[in-house]
Design a protein around this ligand. Structure first.
Ligand SMILES: *Cc1c(COP(=O)(O)O)cnc(C)c1O
Length: 451
């Protein structure tokens, strides 16, 4: 299977696309042609999660030998309970929660980043070259990336975050791993400054290639494909088809999670529809309601992992919407850069509706989920509860364990959710370097760690 850039200027095999992350022309990799899953669905029913993931990835990762692919997948999902993505029925018959927070960092990003870590590990072994991770995080992505790389040989992780501005538990997940190959860099500045430093360092291609730096971000195609698998697993378990439809309600900011499910429809799976559920950062929700995409200033919310205005995966959706016309993708992305917005002229329709929920709504929905369903929803998942429409069969995707946000839950419900993995972290020391918000300081920290 070949992968092409959404902007038309790059092509790659699966392994190359995974290694590169971003295409050379600045676009995102997408499979040149999506396979038709219909001939496989009957045989795939009842498979274990890793086996299903293996069969699915076999259609895309055609340049990775089957036994190596199987090894990567088995090791990635060995770090999850069985089943990795349980479906929990709520009091109402036609409502289920797909819990995606049982991985090592208790957030859905583990599904993608545990596997991506294995792919990088394979790359390191085969090439004899190190792969070092550099990224900025305001919360979940950094810890999920670190935990994906733990145990990979010849790999260091450098994660920048704004000093004093992330939740104490999140900092513990980044800075209390006890691994000498994880380098938490607490920047005396904002998240935007930390991110600007990362960009600056990648802009220095001499430095970044000399230190074998690879970006952590939401745009790697392997992440999207890994996320397809839990939708597929659910489709098979619930026997979803045209006569037996279901709506997936997906908390989102970067549009990565919902895009993965939506792609299954492009692969011949019928009966699927989606609801994009955002917090007050409603850029993507507004787009699906009106056709206008207008990113603005980030509003900090109670669901911080969705505090996003520039939705990077949106470009992939556009590529499919424009039927693979990369010049239209290019001109649209240019228009967004030049004018700050663009409009399709009408709501895109397709099979995606949208809903947004501010902090007041998030608190109300945490209370409501507990009252109506005896379910403790984290603030991200609460945005999906807000979007629920009575009368249709729905699956809510739960993206984080509520114990990651104990203060918000306690303020609403008066109970403190806990998780043994987080309790264990509480007694472990934070080990970090506090640095001024300059690229020079971060470069020096990287160079001296790798000496
Ligand atoms: C990252 C994240 C999201 C949003 O994911 P998208 O890629 O924007 O769809 C939602 N919830 C949690 C807990 C997250 O960590």
């Amino acid at each position: 299977m070949r992968f092409v850039s959404t902007r038309g200027g790059d092509r790659a095999s699966f392994a190359q696309a995974v290694r590169q992350g971003l295409a050379q022309d600045g676009g995102l990799f997408v499979p040149e042609e999506l396979p038709d899953l219909r001939p496989h669905l009957a045989a795939w029913r009842g498979l274990s999660y890793p086996e299903l993931a293996f069969r699915f990835f076999s259609l895309f990762a055609t340049d990775i030998p089957a036994e190596e692919l199987r090894g990567c997948i088995d090791r990635a999902y060995a770090n999850f309970p069985v089943p990795p993505a349980p479906l929990v029925p709520l009091a109402k018959e036609n409502l289920q929660v797909l819990e995606l927070f049982h991985g090592p960092t208790l957030a859905f990003k583990d599904f993608a980043l545990q596997l991506l870590g294995q792919f990088y590990g394979r790359e390191i072994k085969n090439s004899g070259q190190p792969v070092n991770i550099l990224g900025a995080t305001s919360g979940d992505t950094g810890s999920a990336a670190i935990h994906g790389m733990l145990g990979q040989p010849d790999s260091h992780s450098f994660i920048l975050y704004p000093e004093g501005r992330i939740a104490p538990l999140q900092e513990k997940q980044i800075a209390a791993t006890g691994s000498a190959k994880v380098h938490p860099l607490a920047i005396q500045g904002s998240f935007d400054e930390a991110q600007a430093i990362v960009k600056q360092i990648f802009g220095d291609s001499v430095f970044s290639s000399a230190h074998a730096l690879t970006a952590v971000n939401s745009i790697n195609i392997a992440r999207i494909l890994a996320q397809c698998v839990y939708y597929l697993d659910t489709v098979l378990k619930l026997d979803v088809r045209k006569e037996n439809p279901v709506e997936f309600i997906v908390p989102t900011g970067n549009f990565g999670n919902v895009l993965a499910g939506w792609m299954l429809g492009k692969m011949g799976v019928t009966g699927l529809s989606f609801c994009v559920a955002t917090n007050a950062n409603a850029v993507v929700a507004n787009f699906f309601q009106t056709g206008e995409y207008r990113p603005g200033k980030v509003h900090p919310s109670l669901a911080p992992s969705m505090d996003i205005q520039q939705s990077s995966n949106f470009e992939r959706w556009l590529w499919w919407h424009f039927a693979g016309d990369s010049s239209r993708v290019q001109s649209t992305m240019q228009a967004i850069r030049d004018n700050g917005h663009f409009s399709l002229g009408q709501a895109p329709g397709e099979n995606i509706r949208a809903f947004s929920c501010d902090d007041t709504g998030i608190r109300e929905q945490i209370a409501r989920a507990y009252r109506d369903f005896h379910y403790v929803a984290d603030p991200h998942t609460a945005c999906a509860f807000a979007a629920l429409e009575p009368g249709r069969r729905s699956v809510i995707l739960a993206t984080a364990h509520p114990a990651k946000f104990p203060d918000t839950i306690a303020a609403v419900l008066g109970i403190q959710p806990t998780h043994p993995a987080l309790e264990a972290l509480k007694n472990r020391p934070v080990v970090k370097q506090v640095l001024p918000a300059t690229a020079a300081a971060v470069k020096e920290a990287i160079s001296s760690a790798l000496q």
